[in-house]
Write a protein that binds this ligand. Structure first.
Ligand code: PGA
Length: 251
């Protein structure tokens, strides 16, 4: 499976700095083709400048979130159709910062996945456990429950346009990444869950990314870990000098 490397810029950057960062990444991949699929997720205000900067490259654009309706009285929200209109092919759904800081529940995440899939956006569904849950040995139960609630009764079109990101919450932005063994164990558990719950073909084509304090030093080892099909990168995706070595560490 070709690895997928996603840069999640979170709430960072002006239109100008987003364009600059995307241009540097685009220029590198023009001269030195990336050994992975590369997706950039700027803040909403950066989508159009980034779309312009990555034109004529294989780099793809993602939203960091979307609403479950396509339009209407939802002040402050953005719809899957609006993301599509800005050139997005992907959307991140259920990131732990949205679950934990903004109170997004599993039911809401399932509705968003459905709306994104119906709009032909490919979703990157984030799952992950807190430190307390890991310490009390609940990691696998928590992840399976998040997957179950997100995927339950989803139409086939939604399942077919889905990738998963395992992001242990204790590893996000902390500088403390999961070890290769910890990542492999959970990735294997996710793959088994997918095999049990979905058609074989659907379960097989989903990429399972690791996210949480990925940096140029640990990227190659994490990408080589069994069951890891790509990376979701936060902090280290904000500079070309840290993001590009991660992209090129894919084989
Ligand atoms: P981080 O963030 O790489 O800064 O830990 C990852 C993420 O939240 O997707």
């Amino acid at each position: 499976m070709r690895p997928l490397i996603v840069g999640n810029w979170k709430m960072n950057g002006t239109q100008a700095t987003c364009a600059q960062l995307a241009s540097a990444i685009a220029a590198d991949t023009r001269n030195n083709p990336a050994p992975a699929d590369v997706v950039l997720a700027p803040p909403f205000t950066g989508l159009l400048p980034v779309r312009e900067a990555i034109r004529n490259t294989p780099i793809k654009l993602a939203g960091q979130n979307c609403h479950w309706e396509q339009s209407g009285a939802f002040t402050g929200e953005i719809s899957p159709a609006m993301l599509k209109d800005c050139g997005c092919e992907f959307v991140i759904i259920g990131h732990s910062e949205r679950r934990h800081i903004l109170g997004e529940a599993d039911e809401v995440i399932a509705k968003k996945l459905k709306a994104a899939g119906e709009t032909k956006l490919r979703s990157i569904l984030c799952v992950g456990e807190t430190l307390a849950e890991r310490q009390s040995d609940e990691t696998q139960d928590i992840i399976q429950r998040q997957l179950e609630l997100a995927l339950k009764d989803q139409p086939k079109a939604v399942i077919e346009s889905l990738d998963i990101a395992y992001e242990p919450i204790w590893a996000i932005g902390t500088g403390q990444n999961a070890t290769v063994d910890q990542a492999s164990e959970v990735h294997e558990c996710i793959r088994q869950f997918l095999r049990r719950s979905l058609d074989e073909g659907d379960a097989k084509q989903m990429r399972i990314l690791y996210g949480g304090s990925v940096n140029p030093q640990n990227a190659a080892a994490l990408l080589e870990a069994s069951g890891v099909d790509g990376l979701l990168v936060g902090g280290a995706s904000l500079k070309p000098e840290t993001f590009l070595p991660i992209v090129h560490s894919a084989k």
